[in-house]
Design a protein around this ligand. Sequence first.
Ligand code: HEM
Length: 157
Amino acid sequence: MFFDPGFMGTRAPMYLDIVGIFFGILPFLMFFSIRYAIKGDIKKHLVSQAIIFVLTLVFVVIFETGMRMAGGFSAYIEESPVNYTFFITFLIIHVLVAIATFNLWSYQLITSVKAYRKGELKVGTGQRHKKIARILIAGIFVTIAQGVGIYYFLFIM
Ligand code: HEM
């Protein structure tokens, strides 16, 4: 089932289609969580951010486990006409952006919870928090867009 053909009608296996759906809805989850902050409901903003972070980790683990078990991307690239050098370059940039985004996300979560507990992060005092959030959201969007590109190169092209 895990490695059977997925439901999107491409060459991708089931687990990648499932992971893909999650990353497709991730920006919407972020949007709803940020809406809580805008409305001043910081408790819900915090809890939803923690849930989104953990859910993302779970889907990254599903993705990594499936990829390792399938023999890595090289097992999939054989069926694609994409240029190998171009693909590797694209993949390396994607991995760098994804790792940087993940690190910034972890940093934002830990420092925000700490500051909130100390009473240093409240509605109206989160200028730095908002600045980092903007970079983080851009990082998440770029990572997802690159992921869509990789899916296209490997399973649609
Ligand atoms: C880790 C991912 C997070 C992201 C991407 C994020 C994003 C944001 C954004 C975009 C805003 C601005 C909303 C507006 O325009 O009014 C905001 C505000 C805020 N967030 Fe977060 N947030 C995160 C985590 C947290 C956590 C864990 C806390 C802990 C309580 C927190 C507490 C706050 C507070 C207090 C505000 C209001 C700041 C102010 O009005 O000056 N955030 N957040």
